[in-house]
Ligand binder design. Structure first.
Ligand code: SF4
Length: 320
């Protein structure tokens, strides 16, 4: 089982230029800061590299810095440690989890997998190291279709943990997948009724959606793709207005790349900002500074588990 250590320091951070301090610590520690597109814009702007899960995995695997500071959620930092175990991997807030990863607990997935022992297990990277260790191949939303298309048609497949991505992949590949019924609290929150009203008010806007969204949202999308796919779409499109159905952190990079275009976050059910990932947003600039100063929380992993989780990730990187 994965173990982690957390040195909780509660000393107040004196007012200072946090960004300058983070840059100084980065140099002192010989650290690299990797940030996911769903982080706050101020963290994205400080990162050495910003990307989606696949890009961050690839960058973590070849990082030669002594310390990898992972501005993302726990399973991402864990993946960095699996891929590059000799580096110290820091996560600004150890409580930055993932509802999708949590929806697939190992004690329930194990009997599910055993029930379909002849199935190949492909799991989305948004899962714990224990679930990765029970998988044959890991995938991301960028490469899932490509990977499934490489599996012989007669080979039955379990796909988890995201059922919306799984349903989308069944349509794209024409394959029947046995799905684990997990979801992401962010991507299942978008309201179709409000989206339709928004489209009515912005008839020129293109709707871009992440495949973790529910079918009721995907059927209204002009383009469905990974976070990087959505970013590339807006860069290449001649359209000027877009409704974005994924975590709105990505809009920061869209606005930087295309300042003349307009990006509207897709609306959630209710009146809350439920489309912001509460786990990703646990990381703050101050916590980023503190984790570098304290060199904690650190991701620490049992070596046997790491090796078992590494194998399906390596298969993904080979097949991508
Ligand atoms: S947006 Fe969803 S899948 Fe991504 S980290 Fe947050 S809860 Fe997990």
């Amino acid at each position: 089982m994965a173990t982690t250590t957390l040195l909780e320091r509660h000393e107040p951070v004196a007012p200072r230029d946090l960004e300058a301090e983070i840059r100084r610590l980065k140099s002192d520690l010989n650290a690299v800061i990797l940030a996911h597109f769903y982080q706050d814009s101020e963290i994205q702007d400080l990162a050495d590299f910003i990307g989606d899960s696949l890009q961050l995995s690839q960058r973590a695997a070849r990082a030669d810095a002594d310390v990898i500071v992972f501005a993302g959620v726990h399973f991402m930092a864990e993946t960095a440690k699996i891929l590059n175990p000799t580096r110290q991997v820091l996560l600004p807030d150890l409580k930055a989890g993932c509802s999708l990863a949590d929806s697939c607990p190992p004690h329930l997935f194990k009997p599910f997998r055993e029930q379909y022992a002849d199935h190949l297990v492909i799991n989305y990277i948004n899962c714990s190291a224990e679930i990765k260790a029970m998988s044959d191949i890991i995938c991301t939303s960028s490469n899932a279709e490509k990977i499934i298309n490489q599996i012989p048609p007669e080979q039955p497949i379990i796909f988890g943990p995201d059922r919306n991505l799984g349903n989308y992949l069944m349509k794209k590949t024409g394959r029947s997948l046995r799905l684990w019924q997990g979801t992401c609290i962010v991507h299942e929150t978008f309201s179709e009724q409000k989206l339709l009203r928004l489209k009515f008010r912005h008839p020129q806007a293109k709707v871009l959606a992440h495949p973790e969204c529910e079918e009721r949202v995907l059927r209204n999308a002009d383009y469905i793709g990974s976070t990087t796919g959505l970013l590339n779409y807006v860069k290449q499109s001649s359209d000027r207005e877009f409704i974005i159905a994924t975590e709105p952190g990505i809009i920061h990079q869209m606005e930087k790349a295309c300042p003349e275009k307009v990006f509207i976050p897709a609306p959630s059910e209710g009146s809350c900002a439920c489309n912001q990932c509460p786990h990703m947003r646990l990381n703050t600039l101050e916590k980023l500074y503190l984790c570098m100063k304290n060199r904690a929380p650190e991701i620490v992993m049992d070596e046997d588990l790491r090796l078992r989780a590494l194998r399906p990730i390596q298969r993904m990187l080979e097949m991508s």
